[in-house]
Ligand binder design. Structure first.
Ligand code: HEM
Length: 98
């Protein structure tokens, strides 16, 4: 709900793409992109009752924060994913992640 980094590291597109369907947005090559991890984490299209604090919502699915599930990206994803992810998690909850 409250990712420490609201915006991920800036990206630059390398080719044209379209998001949001045929009437969506054209994103041209060499466009700087800011991914809003905070807004993604509160998107009602991905999360039921997104502003509610229900940790148990994670008990019924496999969604985690390690960059493979794009509806939850507190540590980013892809080539620029946080390299300190494992250290951060170990510090926060005192265990080793696989
Ligand atoms: C719970 C703790 C942490 C969180 C939530 C966090 C979050 C993030 C996020 C969101 C990014 C941007 C990723 C992206 O744009 O895809 C990032 C990048 C980065 N983080 Fe962390 N981080 C944490 C801990 C750490 C720690 C402990 C270290 C170092 C010991 C670290 C070092 C870095 C570095 C160097 C980058 C930049 C990587 C690059 O430029 O490609 N982070 N982090």
């Amino acid at each position: 709900m409250n990712p420490p980094a609201v915006l991920l590291l800036p990206r630059e597109t390398i080719r044209h793409c379209k998001i949001g369907g045929d009437n969506g947005y054209d994103i041209y090559p060499k466009t700087r992109i800011l991914v809003n991890a905070w807004a993604i984490g509160r998107d009602p299209k991905s999360w039921e009752n997104p502003d509610g604090f229900y940790p148990e919502r994670f008990e019924e699915n496999c969604i985690d924060f390690k960059g493979k599930h794009f509806q939850l990206v507190p540590c980013g994803a892809g080539q620029r994913i946080c390299p300190g992810l494992a250290m951060g998690v170990a510090t926060v909850r005192g265990i080793h992640i696989g």
